[in-house]
Design a protein around this ligand. Structure first.
Ligand SMILES: Cc1cc2nc3c(=O)[nH]c(=O)nc-3n(C[C@H](O)[C@H](O)[C@H](O)COP(=O)(O)OP(=O)(O)OC[C@H]3O[C@@H](n4cnc5c(N)ncnc54)[C@H](O)[C@@H]3O)c2cc1C
Length: 472
């Protein structure tokens, strides 16, 4: 029987990170994968979706070029070529993580289906293997909601979406969360008519309400139709095309399309792993873990999407986890939203800054957006108040995903907001927006940056900050 220090089931983001860390620390890990090394992020998640979004962004920029005085002639989309590039990018990135790369780092790779037989015993396609510790990194799969007729109606999800070669003329999308929104905008920009349906009352419902309201408006302006607060009664196939029957506030509607994309959540991939037999506790989110990734069985750990905690490729057990929705402009999320913060803390303060106030955004011609900073806990310095600490930051606007990380560093290091406000930011960068937003928490900052609470920008939410006297 082959013996290893650690057996890692699943060679996705979590499994590869675990195996590489184990090997770097001098352990002998084995990485077991039934399908493709790289997992969902590389093959059917982050990488192909962002490559498709990039193509769509180029199309949009070409369409907008005349606004900048640039003539580009007629713009058209060669969809098979777009998808060929998406697949080429996937292959290129997969090439950096294949079995040869893992083995070169001291990781044994086994192909096949892993089943856990006991705390240190597994089989891979029936062949036994022993390991001191086991880490479950089997990821998640798209959830198919229990809608009448859905199982019998051919539809797309992220596992087959990036294999299509023909642009759907009319695309129906079930789900207005991150994946639904990202794909809705990409396909709309590439030329599809897009309808998005969701039971929730807003798009991106996990975002701060001001941010999701702006996101919804931007997407509608691009021609995406949303039917929100809808309950899908059935899905059926008519001459090979999907039809959705909905009920919206008691009224029945039907939507017809050429293709249906289901982006309605994720389920942990735990079937057939043997978890029940050996007593590894799970709930509807996935494998239950503590803050050190330990499951209920000693020696067995779990990480990544299979835990259902933070379904992002970079997430493990951190306090400060930013996430980004790659619509254009991007949406960046960090920590608490304003309603969550106000519910949790009485001393919550909020500052906002519309992108119209950022010179770089004006220069680039992309001023739609908002920076929102949420703080609490002002220290008393002498007889005066200083700035509080960041407990949430939310940005919709160009480069939001990158801007967010200034707030993440401040939050991680528990810095006071005055530190950000005092840090000189090079002009004209988008990052000056971070400084300008935080400065809104201080009278001196507002005097220098302009009092943006007076902003009348139609997209912006008015600032509701109270004053901190010191930029501390
Ligand atoms: C369309 C889409 C876009 C996304 N975009 C982003 C993004 O922009 N940024 C971001 O951070 N996240 C994004 N995500 C989420 C990201 O893809 C996941 O968080 C990440 O892939 C999770 O990694 P993981 O290792 O937990 O699981 P996975 O990557 O799913 O890996 C699990 C692996 O385990 C294998 N496996 C399962 N069971 C067994 C078994 N019994 N035996 C052997 N092998 C097994 C599977 O074959 C798979 O390869 C996106 C997801 C989707 C669907």
């Amino acid at each position: 029987v082959d013996r290893f220090d650690i057996a890692i089931i699943g060679a996705g983001t979590a499994g590869i990170a675990a195996a590489q860390t184990a090997a770097a620390l001098g352990a002998r890990p084995v990485l077991i994968e039934r399908r493709r090394i790289g997992g969902e992020c590389t093959w059917s998640g982050c990488v192909p979706s962002k490559a498709l979004i990039e193509a769509a962004r180029r199309r949009r920029h070409a369409d907008q070029a005349p606004e900048f005085g640039i003539r580009v002639g007629e713009v058209s989309v060669d969809f098979p070529a777009v998808m060929a590039r998406v697949r080429e990018i996937v292959e290129r990135i997969a090439g950096f993580e294949d079995a040869g790369h893992q083995e070169a780092m001291g990781i044994a790779v086994r192909r096949g289906d892993a089943v856990i037989e006991g705390p240190s015993r597994l089989t891979v396609d029936g062949a036994p293997l022993e390991a001191g510790k086991i880490i479950i990194c089997t990821g998640s799969h798209p959830a198919a909601p229990p809608i009448e007729g859905l199982a019998d109606t051919p539809h797309l999800d992220n596992e087959n979406l990036f294999e299509i070669t023909e642009l759907p003329r009319r695309l129906l999308i079930l789900g207005a969360g991150t994946i639904g929104v990202e794909m809705a905008q990409a396909f709309r920009r590439l030329g599809s008519e897009v309808d998005v349906v969701d039971a929730m009352a807003t798009v991106l419902e996990r975002e701060d309400p001001d941010i999701s309201a702006i996101a919804g408006r931007i997407l509608e302006e691009e021609g995406i139709r949303f039917t929100l607060g809808a309950s899908v009664e059935s899905v059926s196939s008519h001459q090979g095309r999907p039809r959705m029957t909905l009920s919206v506030q008691g009224e029945r509607r039907t939507l017809d399309g050429d293709a249906l994309l289901v982006a309605a959540g994720r389920r942990p991939r735990i079937a057939g792993l043997g978890l029940e037999q050996i007593g590894v506790a799970t709930d509807q989110r996935g494998v239950t873990i503590d803050d050190r990734c330990r499951t209920s069985v000693p020696g067995i750990y779990a990480a990544g999407d299979v835990t259902g905690l933070h379904p992002y490729t970079h997430a493990a057990c951190y306090r400060v986890i930013p996430w980004v929705t790659f619509m254009d402009p991007e949406v960046g999320h960090l920590g608490l939203t304003e309603p969550e913060a106000r519910h949790a803390y009485r001393d919550t303060e909020v500052a906002t800054l519309p992108f119209t106030a950022i010179d770089r955004a004006v220069i680039q011609g992309s001023v739609r957006g908002l920076i929102k900073v949420i703080t609490r806990g002002k220290p008393i310095i002498g007889t005066r108040y200083g700035g509080g600490q960041i407990i949430g930051a939310h940005v919709i606007g160009p480069g939001a995903g990158d801007l967010l990380h200034e707030f993440a560093i401040a939050m991680q290091s528990r810095s006071f907001t005055g530190r950000l406000a005092q840090t000189v930011h090079a002009y004209p960068t988008m990052a000056t927006g971070v400084q300008q937003a935080v400065a809104q928490l201080f009278p001196l900052g507002r005097a220098v940056a302009g009092d943006l609470r007076l902003s009348l920008d139609p997209y912006s939410a008015g600032s509701s900050s109270k004053d901190s006297e010191l930029m501390q």
